[in-house]
Design a protein around this ligand. Structure first.
Ligand SMILES: [Ca+2]
Ligand SMILES: [Ca+2]
Ligand SMILES: [Ca+2]
Ligand SMILES: [Ca+2]
Length: 421
């Protein structure tokens, strides 16, 4: 006979007092040393009726042996009176245990709050039904509990990350210097965000002057003036599905009169428009599909800080990409060719020496051999006498040596192609 569950929820449990195992709080009494093991009975499905109590052997049996059940009547080989006494004793234990079960379950019910899910989508139903099998007089029966169904709430979480490889070099003064960030929805539903910038931060040497925020409209992770769109709070707050990301660009002006080496911090903050606050704060009916929205560990808001560094001369890099897909269009589908261009220029008052441009190849792409060029002149892929290589200096990375650059130097354009895997 298979013991389908230990849960009190099915009101099925062995005579041994483990009715509260489901809540992790044993109700007390250990198994009584009793009659020889083969005859130690257990009660099944007492909730239906104590009159239908089944006394059956508790020992395990091989799957190919038929179940052995014993009715509590004269048809069995058991003496009736001892069996009736046993049933009455078991009835008392059942009622005692049932109340303890109820008391044990109560805290669990009281503590049951909104359902928090790591990755399951908001609004997803989770159902559970317990089943018990038993035998009376050789006839097998199956009983199912009521089904408990819950809907997963929406968890409000996000992550902001500064994307520049290091301090962004600037002049003093300087205009519209771009700082790059990445916003990721780490919750389990669609959410939208209010963005804000804070530049009055201590611990550095100057405060950048905020200009504007841009959203990466074409999804290439690169700031494209004219293509990416300015952000306006309350007008085009970015919305992201669960696990989706969006590049965000903040432009600042750099004040005049600073010294080389001065640092200035720029902080971007994103806050869920659905709700924020202490983790666990719940907003009824505010989640996807009418679920409750629950603030996650992020508090429904995140911020990160990027840093500008003043140098006598700064190198500006402007990267762009042109896509040619296999159908003659411009969609970034597998098999599409992406031609990247990097324009490097110097600004300021001094000479920047030994300028080296490095660009890791994008993940999920394959470099098209022989496509590296500098100012439209081909470069070999190997690390050799010319100015650049792909993978020769650093694996999976484009490296181009530009030498010394001054503000009078022409813009240096590096180009190469990759294919989306
Ligand atoms: Ca939502
Ligand atoms: Ca500051
Ligand atoms: Ca872009
Ligand atoms: Ca080369």
């Amino acid at each position: 006979m298979r013991m389908a569950t230990k849960s009190c929820n099915t009101q099925t449990f062995p005579e041994r007092d483990t009715c509260c195992e489901a809540s992790g709080r044993p109700c007390g009494r250990a198994a009584a040393p009793s009659r020889p093991a083969p005859r130690r009975p257990r009660i099944t499905n007492l909730a239906r009726s104590a009159r239908q109590a089944v006394v059956s052997p508790v020992r395990s049996r091989p799957e190919n042996n038929p179940p052995q059940a014993h009715r509590v009547d004269a048809a069995t080989s058991w003496p009736v009176r001892p069996c009736v006494e046993a049933v009455n004793r078991l009835k008392r234990r059942f009622w005692n245990c049932r109340w303890r079960y109820a008391l044990c379950l109560l805290p669990a019910l009281c503590l049951q709050g909104p359902v928090l899910a790591t990755g399951t989508g908001a609004g997803t139903s989770i159902s559970n039904t317990a089943t018990t099998d038993y035998v009376i007089a050789g006839n097998g029966s199956t009983i199912s509990s009521n089904t408990v169904t819950l809907r997963v709430d929406e968890k409000l979480d996000m992550n902001l990350a500064w994307q520049d490889a290091g301090n962004v070099s600037v002049n003093t003064p300087d205009n519209d210097r771009v700082m790059s960030y990445l916003l990721t929805n780490t919750g389990n539903g669609n959410d939208s965000y209010t963005l804000g910038v804070q530049n009055s931060l201590g611990g550095d040497q100057f405060d950048p002057v905020f200009v504007d925020i841009y959203l990466d409209a074409n999804g290439d992770g690169i700031f494209n003036p004219g293509t990416d769109i300015p952000y306006s709070a309350g007008i085009n707050d970015p919305a992201l599905d669960a696990d989706a990301s969006l590049a965000i660009f903040v432009r600042n002006t750099i004040p005049a009169g600073l010294n080389n080496g001065d640092l200035g911090d720029n902080r971007l903050t994103a806050t869920s428009r659905t709700g924020s606050g202490l983790p666990g704060t719940a907003f009824a009916n505010a989640g996807d599909n009418g679920t409750t929205a629950v603030v996650g560990t992020s508090g429904g808001t995140d911020n990160t800080t990027g840093t500008y560094a003043v140098s006598g001369t700064s190198i500006a890099l402007l990267k762009s990409v042109v896509i040619a897909d296999p159908s003659g269009g411009t969609r970034p589908v597998p098999g599409a060719t992406m031609t990247y261009s990097i324009d490097a220029s110097a600004a300021g008052t001094a000479t920047a020496s030994g300028v080296v441009i490095t660009d890791p190849l994008p993940a999920n792409t394959t470099y098209s051999a022989g496509t590296l060029s500098l100012n439209a002149a081909p470069l070999t892929d190997g690390a050799d006498a010319d100015a650049g290589d792909v993978g020769g200096t650093t694996p999976n990375t484009v490296t181009v040596y530009l030498g010394d650059l001054t503000p009078a130097s022409p813009v240096q354009t590096i180009a190469f192609e990759v294919i989306i895997n």
